[in-house]
Write a protein that binds this ligand. Structure first.
Ligand code: DUC
Ligand code: ZN
Ligand code: ZN
Length: 471
C-alpha cells in the first residue's frame, strides 16, 4: 500500500496539539511520529511546515439534490461533495427522504442511487421519515441495520414533511427501542402557517417577513415539546439547526435534568442576522428555516456561548442551495417567491465555507479555542452519529481524512471562486484568516496547490453505528 507522510505540522485533535508527522498507509493513519526521530520512506510527502493538521471536517446536515419548495437543491452529490472537499470537509451525512405514501426503505435506496459513484468524499444518510405508519416503524429497524441510525422529523412544513405529535411519539418509541437518534426540525409549523397567512393578507410579501413570522418563541415551543416527548420515550434527541435563544434555553434545561438531548447550530445563525433578510428581494438569498434571527435580541451571542459551554455540541450547515437566477437544469428557484415570501425555496449554500468561517470567525476571533473547533466540526459529529473513531480524529487506525490548514494564509469568500453549484455566496467578499491548503480523503490527496485531484466515486457509503456520544 502507498505511504503518505504529512511532515512538519502541528496535529490538532479535540484534546491535543502536538508537533508530529502523520504516517498514512493506504487509507489509514498508522503512526504519529515525533519529528526527526525516525527516518520514514513514503511515496508522497505533504509539507505541513507552519500548518495545522486537522481531522477532516464532518458536516452532518446537508441536502444535496433535495426536492423542495417546487424545485431541487442545486448541488448534486457530485458538485456538493466536491465543494465540501474544497472547504476541508471530508464526510457528509445527508438526508434521504421518505415522502407520504412511500416506503422509507425505497426512499433510502433512491438516495443511495443518487450518491453512489458520484461523491468526492465519504457519505452517510439520516432518513427523513415523512410518513409514520406501521410499515415505516418496521422499516426504521431495517434502516438501522443498514447504517441509517438517525431519523429526521419535522414539526414544521404542514402538508410536506410535517409529523404530528402522535407520529413523533411513535417514531421516538421505535427509535428508542433500536438505539437510534431522532433529529428534530423544531418549529411549530401549524402556528407559523397561520402567521404566514395573516402577513400575506396584510400585503407583507417581502423576504424579511419570512424572518418576522417564524417567531423564535415558536422554535422554543417546539423544542420544548420535542424534548418532553423524548423524555417520555427515553430516545436520544438531537435538535437540528437551532437558531433561537428560547430553543437553547430548553436544551440547557433538558440537559440539566440529565436527558440525552443535544443540538447543533449552523454558521448562518452565528454570523448572519435578520438584517440580511431585508433589502427587498435580495433577502431571498438568506431565506432558510428556522430563519436568521434579530441580533439585537441576543440570539447569536447566546449561540456562541452555548458552543463554549457545550450546551450546543455541533456546527453543521443545513446546506440546501437554491439559485437567485435560473438554474441550468432546475430553472426558476428563489424567484418562485417573488411577491410571496412563503414560496421562496427555503435553504442556503454553506457546505464549502463552514470550516473557514468557524476557524476565522471562531478561533481567530477568539470565540472558541482550536481544540473546541475540531470538536464541534469533526469529533463530536463523528461520535454523535456513530462514525468515531474511524472518523473525527487523527489517531492510529483512523481513516486518513486530514486537512492541512495554513493559519497565516487568507481567503476571500466569493461566488467567483467557490465550487458550490449556486449563483451567489451568503458571505460575499468576507476575508477569512487561514486557508485550507491540502485535503486528504482516506489517504488520497484530493485538494493540493489549489487543484482538485479527486474524482466522483472516491467517496464511499458509511454504514453508521448508533450514537457513541454518551458512552
Ligand atoms: N430548512 C431549510 O432551510 N432548508 C431545507 C430544509 C429545512 O429544514
Ligand atoms: Zn430542517
Ligand atoms: Zn435541513
Amino acid at each position: 500500500m502507498a505511504k503518505t507522510l504529512i511532515k512538519g505540522g502541528t496535529v490538532v485533535t479535540a484534546v491535543e496539539q502536538m508537533e508530529a508527522d502523520v504516517l498514512i498507509d493506504g487509507a489509514e493513519v498508522v503512526a504519529l511520529i515525533r519529528p526527526g526521530t525516525i527516518e520514514i520512506a513514503a511515496e508522497t510527502v505533504v509539507d505541513a511546515k507552519g500548518c495545522l493538521v486537522l481531522p477532516g471536517g464532518i458536516d452532518v446536515h446537508t441536502h444535496m439534490e433535495l426536492p423542495f419548495g417546487g424545485t431541487f437543491a442545486a448541488d448534486t452529490f457530485e458538485t456538493g461533495t466536491r465543494a465540501a472537499a474544497w472547504g476541508g470537509t471530508t464526510t457528509i451525512v445527508d438526508f434521504a427522504v421518505q415522502t407520504k405514501g412511500q416506503s422509507a426503505m425505497e426512499g433510502w435506496e433512491a438516495w443511495m442511487g443518487k450518491a453512489r459513484g458520484n461523491c468526492a468524499i465519504d457519505y452517510g444518510f439520516h432518513m427523513i421519515t415523512g410518513d409514520i405508519n406501521d410499515q415505516t416503524l418496521k422499516e426504521m429497524e431495517l434502516l438501522v441495520r443498514e447504517g441509517v441510525t438517525s431519523f429526521k422529523m419535522f414539526m414544521a412544513y404542514p402538508g410536506v414533511f410535517y409529523s404530528d405529535d402522535g407520529q413523533i411519539l411513535r417514531a421516538m418509541q421505535k427509535a428508542a427501542e433500536d438505539g437510534a437518534t431522532i433529529c428534530m426540525h423544531a418549529e411549530n409549523g401549524i402556528a407559523i402557517d397561520v402567521l404566514v397567512g395573516q402577513a400575506l393578507d396584510r400585503g407583507e410579501t417581502d423576504p424579511i417577513h419570512h424572518g418576522l413570522v417564524r417567531k423564535s418563541l415558536l422554535e422554543g415551543e417546539a423544542t420544548h415539546r420535542a424534548i418532553r416527548l423524548a423524555e417520555l420515550t427515553g430516545v436520544q434527541l438531537y435538535i437540528v439547526h437551532l437558531s433561537a435563544k428560547e430553543a437553547l434555553d430548553e436544551v440547557i434545561s433538558a440537559r440539566d435534568r440529565g436527558l440525552n438531548v443535544y443540538a447543533e447550530t449552523c454558521p448562518q445563525y452565528l454570523f448572519l442576522s435578520l438584517e440580511n433578510l431585508g433589502n427587498g428581494f435580495d433577502g431571498a438569498k438568506y431565506v432558510c428555516s428556522p430563519p436568521l434571527r434579530d441580533e439585537a435580541e441576543g440570539h447569536q451571542e447566546r449561540l456562541w456561548q452555548g458552543l463554549r459551554t457545550n450546551d450546543l455540541q455541533v456546527v453543521s450547515t443545513d446546506h440546501c442551495p437554491f439559485c437567485m437566477g435560473d438554474h441550468p437544469r432546475f430553472g426558476t428557484q428563489k424567484q418562485l417567491g417573488q411577491g410571496d415570501f412563503s414560496k421562496i425555496p427555503n435553504g442556503m449554500p454553506g457546505v464549502e465555507p463552514r470550516m473557514s468561517l468557524l476557524y476565522s470567525g471562531g478561533v481567530v476571533a477568539g470565540r472558541i479555542g482550536l481544540n473546541r473547533f475540531v470538536e464541534i466540526t469533526a469529533t463530536t459529529p463523528a461520535k454523535m452519529f456513530g462514525m468515531y473513531p474511524k472518523k473525527g480524529t487523527i489517531a492510529v487506525g483512523s481513516d486518513a481524512d486530514i486537512v492541512v490548514l495554513d493559519p497565516n494564509g487568507t481567503q476571500r469568500i466569493s461566488v467567483e471562486t467557490h465550487h458550490m453549484d449556486v449563483d451567489y455566496s451568503a458571505y460575499e467578499g468576507w476575508e477569512m484568516s487561514g486557508k485550507v491548503e491540502t485535503v486528504i480523503s482516506k489517504g488520497k490527496v484530493i485538494i493540493s496547490d489549489d487543484q482538485y485531484l479527486g474524482s466522483p466515486g472516491d467517496g464511499e457509503y458509511i454504514a453508521r453505528d448508533t450514537s457513541r456520544y454518551n458512552i
